[in-house]
Design a protein around this ligand. Sequence first.
Ligand SMILES: NC(=O)c1ccc[n+]([C@@H]2O[C@H](COP(=O)([O-])OP(=O)(O)OC[C@H]3O[C@@H](n4cnc5c(N)ncnc54)[C@H](OP(=O)(O)O)[C@@H]3O)[C@@H](O)[C@H]2O)c1
Length: 209
Amino acid sequence: MLAEVRGLGRTAVAFRLDTTEFGTFPAFAADVRAALDEHWGRDTFDHLFNNAGSSAMAPVAETTEAQLDSVYAVHFKGPYLLTQTLLPLLADGGRVLNVSTGLTRFTQVDAAPYAAMKGAVEVFTRYLAKELGPRRIAVNAIAPGPTATDFGGGELRDDEAVRQGLASVTAMGHVGDPADIGAAVAALLTDGTGWITGQRIEASGGMLL
Ligand SMILES: NC(=O)c1ccc[n+]([C@@H]2O[C@H](COP(=O)([O-])OP(=O)(O)OC[C@H]3O[C@@H](n4cnc5c(N)ncnc54)[C@H](OP(=O)(O)O)[C@@H]3O)[C@@H](O)[C@H]2O)c1
């Protein structure tokens, strides 16, 4: 990934971060600050994209406390505290983009623990948009529909029966590709879309309309 970006003649730096290791966030922020100074000669960055996530599927009746804690840590507590830690480094006029899911609008068997945390992310998004408005920082949540990634063991990419079933209830007639989401993310971070804030934008090819 870094080589790809550098191949385009751009500067890229990466750090390892487990977004459920909350105590490491201040040190991470210090590393980011040092890299901004060293490579870009500035003390702020423009866009924060809270993307990390993993699948945790179970019916309500069978959800364990450990599953609930884990999905809370990665999908809500991590983005909340990481955003809080990085706020002083985020440039006025910048953007925060959180990742939600189509599953906050429609339901699917076993998705309650995961979807409920993403619902919390959407509420957090609106509150943060309100708080950061005076700094002209736009805050939104993109809500992908089923997308062919490694998520959930890769079944949305590899299991043809699952893909067909989802395609049949999607206006565009297929499961999303990572590039479909990448393009939507880029559009929401590009110059000229900063007036959109506090919104949940679904990118699902029109699933279950
Ligand atoms: N695929 C879908 O259908 C779909 C639909 C709606 C929303 N989403 C959301 O989209 C986001 C990206 O998912 P994806 O589909 O791209 O899944 P993915 O292919 O499994 O990628 C998930 C990414 O999150 C990282 N990650 C997970 N836990 C982490 C942690 N504690 N700290 C740091 N990084 C962590 C993973 O890193 P490692 O590779 O190092 O583990 C991986 O890079 C997630 O928030 C997910 O909930 C996905």
